[in-house]
Design a protein around this ligand. Structure first.
Ligand code: GDP
Ligand code: MG
Length: 450
């Protein structure tokens, strides 16, 4: 799946060859391609719009490193946004409840529920060492229950014995009893589906839910589902309340849009992927792997990551060298500020520093935020070469000029100068601490004191 998306994004790389910061025009042009690619991949329109808006916000103004192209950077940004959209991390099937933990599979007919029931049962039994019971509540489709029994037998998982003429609720009741009496850890209920969403189906599923009180209600959907994905996901989530999503048939030629749409519309995590008809053809959902698969450009993404790392390292070493000479110039200060920006700005840096939460209020009070950093960079850029090397040159009229040039005030320039003094004092003290200590203190040194 995801082939068209991959092709589209490839052409973006070729076209965007610029250096420097990404301009709005660059980003807009690239995002037009991304938009078409997502629509071609069957991602629902409202989801596409949201996604594009998010990427745009992140991309504009990003600095392009020398060792990569603007196109490569855009791919990396799109990749990261995809990961965020798909849900950052792997979420396990929830088993924290008193046994038997009930898992209910819901979805349209033919979506792959019965197969997914067997796959999940097999996974929980083999990988998580759970004692699993499977039960089919599908009395409508001929031989639906036998289908589950056969699949169960293939992987040596117990299924509820089949009784003729039994209604779904009664089957659920009996399954619960058997699971309790015989000490099963997990009971998976495979419900019936209809070709289209209808009220009877929903009522039945809701009744089963109320009786069995599942810990997980997993919506199973065919990965080939196109624009319908949004309707299906919304409907099941609103009427039944789902806890997670499983996609079947990702081995087919599905374009993958359903994954993005369903996750975005429900906010519920994707957890399982069916990769074939057999009970062991199951993958846990890894957002980063899928994002990379969508882009088909894992190599580009890791290239950009490496480039970012090495540039940071080169910059840090250059700074350290300047520090050793005892000179903390505005150039050094600027490059430190730029690095902060590159790492996602002050807010994301804060998120990465353990224990920083305590100081969050103070930092906000002091007016330290991303636009504060931007203003500082602007002021430094309005200085002459000499001024950047020697702060003592900056007198009253120069301050006025710098303020004018950067769209700030003389007061702002004074603050910057004070901060630069504080930082260079600190840098001198810090030389003794070594590089690690320097980096840590260096960040703190950016905050205005008092
Ligand atoms: N290739 C492939 N076929 C699948 C997958 N999941 C289910 N199927 C097939 O799709 C058909 C319908 O699946 P089933 O589990 O019976 O759907 P249900 O009606 O929702 O229970 C069956 O022929 C399955 O073998 C999958 O991940 N890959
Ligand atoms: Mg079925």
């Amino acid at each position: 799946m995801f082939d068209t998306l991959t092709g589209r994004l490839g052409s973006i790389i070729d076209r965007l060859k610029g250096r420097g910061a990404l301009t709005e025009a660059d980003v807009k042009a690239a995002l037009r391609e991304v938009r078409i690619a997502l629509l071609e991949a069957d991602v629902a329109l409202p989801v596409v719009k949201d996604f594009i808006a998010q990427v745009q916000e992140k991309a504009i103004g990003q600095e392009v490193l020398h060792s990569i192209s603007a196109g490569q950077l855009v791919v990396k940004i799109v990749h990261d946004a995809l990961v965020e959209f798909l849900g950052q991390e792997v979420v396990d099937i929830e088993l924290k409840a008193s046994p038997p933990v009930v898992i209910m599979m819901v979805g349209l007919q033919g979506s792959g529920k019965t197969s997914m029931t067997a796959k999940l049962g097999n996974y929980l039994a083999k990988k998580q060492k759970q004692k699993v019971l499977l039960a089919s509540l599908d009395i409508y489709r001929p031989a639906a229950r036998e289908q589950l029994r056969t699949l169960g037998q293939q992987c040596h998982i117990e299924t509820l014995p089949i009784l003729a003429e039994e209604k779904p609720l009664a089957i659920a009741e009996r399954a619960l009893q058997m699971a309790r009496l015989e000490g099963y850890d997990v009971l998976i209920l495979d419900t019936a589906g209809r070709l289209h969403i209808d009220q009877d189906l929903m009522n039945e599923v809701v009744a089963v839910r109320n009786l069995a009180k599942p810990t997980e209600t997993i919506l199973v959907a065919d990965a080939m589902t196109g624009q319908d994905a949004v309707v299906i996901a919304k409907e099941f989530n609103e009427k039944v309340g789902i806890t997670s999503i499983a996609l079947s048939r990702i081995d087919g030629d599905a374009r993958g849009g359903a994954a993005l749409s369903m996750r975005a519309v429900t906010g519920k995590p994707l957890k399982l992927l069916g990769t074939g008809e057999k009970p062991d053809q199951l993958e846990l959902f890894h957002p980063d792997r899928i994002a990379t698969r969508i882009l088909g450009m894992g190599d580009v993404v890791s290239l950009v990551e490496k480039a970012m790392e090495s540039v940071d390292q080169a910059e840090a070493e250059k700074l350290a060298l300047q520090m050793q000479k005892g000179a903390f110039t505005f150039e050094a200060m600027e490059s430190q500020l730029l690095q902060m920006n590159k790492m996602g700005g002050i807010s994301s840096l804060m998120g990465m520093i353990p224990g920083i939460n305590k100081f969050q209020d103070k930092i906000t009070q002091a007016g330290v935020n991303d636009s504060f950093i931007q203003r500082q960079i602007a002021m430094i850029r309005s200085m002459t070469k000499q001024e950047r090397k020697d702060a003592r040159l900056i007198n009253g009229s120069r301050k006025k000029r710098i303020a004018m040039g950067s769209g700030t005030s003389v007061q702002d320039v004074n603050k910057l100068l004070k901060q630069h003094r504080d930082m260079s004092d600190m840098m001198k003290r810090m030389q003794k601490l070594g590089k690690k200590g320097f980096l840590r203190q260096g960040l703190q040194g950016l905050m205005p004191h008092r």
